[in-house]
Write a protein that binds this ligand. Structure first.
Ligand code: PPS
Length: 289
C-alpha cells in the first residue's frame, strides 16, 4: 500500500489517518474542557507508554482496564479522523486524550482552559531510529530508501508531524504554564517510580504506595509487550503490519549508537546545535552529544 502525505500549515500528515477537515475543526472548533488531560508528543517519544501509565493512575492502580480494553479506546487519539473522531466524541469527562499535533495546530480553546498537558519528549536520535523501524511496519510513514536518506528527511522535517526541532520548540513555549508538565522518555527509563509520582502530583492524584507499585509494574516494557491491549497488536493491518514486526521494539535509551556511523552522528549533532541554539533549556540527552 502506498503511503500518502498531505501538507497542513507546511507540515506533513499521513492521509490514511488524518484529514484537512479534521485538523481545521480541531484547531478552530474543538472545545477543550477544563478537566481534560492531554498526552502530547512527537511520534516515537513514548506516547503509548504514557497512555499506559495514565490509564493505571486514572484507575488508582487497578490494572483490569489495561488488561481488558485496548489503549486507543482507553485514551483515544484526538487527531485521527474517522473512528478516532467517534472515540473522542464518546469519551466522557474526565477525558484523557492523546495527540501528536504541533502546538500551532492544537485546539485554540486550550488557551482559555485549565486543561492539563503532559508533554513527553525523547532524544531525537532515538526517535529517528524508532521512526525508521516503524516506517517499515506502518502505512503512515513512507518506507525509507536508506537510513542516510531517512535521516535527512527527518532532519528537514519531511516526515509526519514535521520537524522534531520545530515541534519541541513550539510546545516548550508553554513550559512556564502550571498546567504543562514536561517529562522525558529518559526520565521514565531511569526513574519510572519517581516520574510516575511526579505525574500523580501534577494530576492532583494521591495514590497509595501499593497502587504506585502496580503502576510501575504494569508499565514495564515486558508487561506492556505481553499485553495485547497495550502492545498495539490489535491495530488493523491496513495501518500497521505486525506480522513480522513489533510495535514494542526495543524500548531502550541509546539504540542510535547501533545505527549511526560516526559521520552521521557528527552531522546530526551539528544540525541539532544549530537548530536548538536559541532555546534556553537543557535536555538530559545534551550531555551525550
Ligand atoms: S507512536 O507510534 O508515536 O505512538 O509511538 P510511541 O508510543 O510514542 O513510541 C514508541 C516507542 O516507545 C517504546 N515503548 C517503551 N519503551 C520502554 N518501556 C515501555 N514500557 C515502552 N512502551 C513503549 C516503544 O518500544 C518504541 O520505541 P523503540 O525504540 O522503537 O522500541
Amino acid at each position: 500500500m502506498d503511503t500518502d502525505y498531505f501538507q497542513h500549515k507546511g507540515i506533513y500528515f499521513a492521509s490514511l489517518l488524518y484529514s484537512q477537515e479534521r485538523l481545521q475543526y480541531l484547531e478552530n472548533k474543538f472545545h477543550v474542557r477544563d478537566d481534560d488531560v492531554y498526552i502530547v508528543s512527537y511520534p516515537k517519544s513514548g506516547t503509548t507508554w504514557m497512555i499506559e501509565i495514565l490509564s493505571l493512575i486514572h484507575r488508582n492502580g487497578d490494572f483490569t482496564w489495561c488488561r481488558e480494553v485496548p489503549n486507543y479506546i482507553r485514551i483515544p487519539w484526538l487527531d485521527v479522523s474517522g473512528i478516532g473522531e467517534k472515540l473522542v466524541d464518546r469519551c466522557q469527562s474526565q477525558r484523557f486524550l492523546a495527540s501528536h499535533l504541533p502546538v500551532q495546530c492544537f485546539p485554540k480553546s486550550l488557551c482559555s482552559s485549565k486543561a492539563k498537558i503532559i508533554y513527553i519528549a525523547r532524544s531525537p536520535k532515538d526517535v529517528l531510529v524508532s521512526l525508521y523501524h516503524y516506517a517499515y511496519m506502518s502505512h503512515v510513514v513512507k518506507n525509507p530508501n536508506s537510513f542516510d536518506e531517512f535521516m535527512e528527511d527527518f532532519l528537514q522535517g519531511r516526515v509526519p508531524f514535521g520537524s522534531w526541532f520545530d515541534y519541541i520548540k513550539g510546545w516548550l513555549q508553554m513550559r512556564d504554564n502550571k498546567n504543562f508538565l514536561f517529562v522525558t522518555y529518559e526520565d521514565l527509563s531511569q526513574d519510572r517510580r519517581g516520574t510516575i509520582k511526579k505525574i500523580c502530583k501534577f494530576l492532583d492524584k494521591e495514590l497509595e504506595e501499593q497502587a504506585i507499585d502496580i503502576v510501575v509494574e504494569h508499565s514495564s516494557f515486558s508487561s506492556m509487550k505481553n499485553n495485547n491491549m497495550s502492545n498495539n497488536s490489535l491495530v488493523p493491518d491496513y495501518i500497521m503490519d505486525i506480522q513480522n514486526n513489533h510495535f514494542m521494539r526495543k524500548g531502550i535509551i541509546g539504540d542510535w549508537k547501533n545505527h549511526f556511523t560516526q559521520k552521521q552522528k557528527e552531522y546530526m549533532d551539528k544540525i541539532y546545535q544549530e537548530k536548538m541554539k536559541d532555546l534556553d533549556f537543557k535536555f538530559s540527552w545534551d550531555v551525550n552529544l
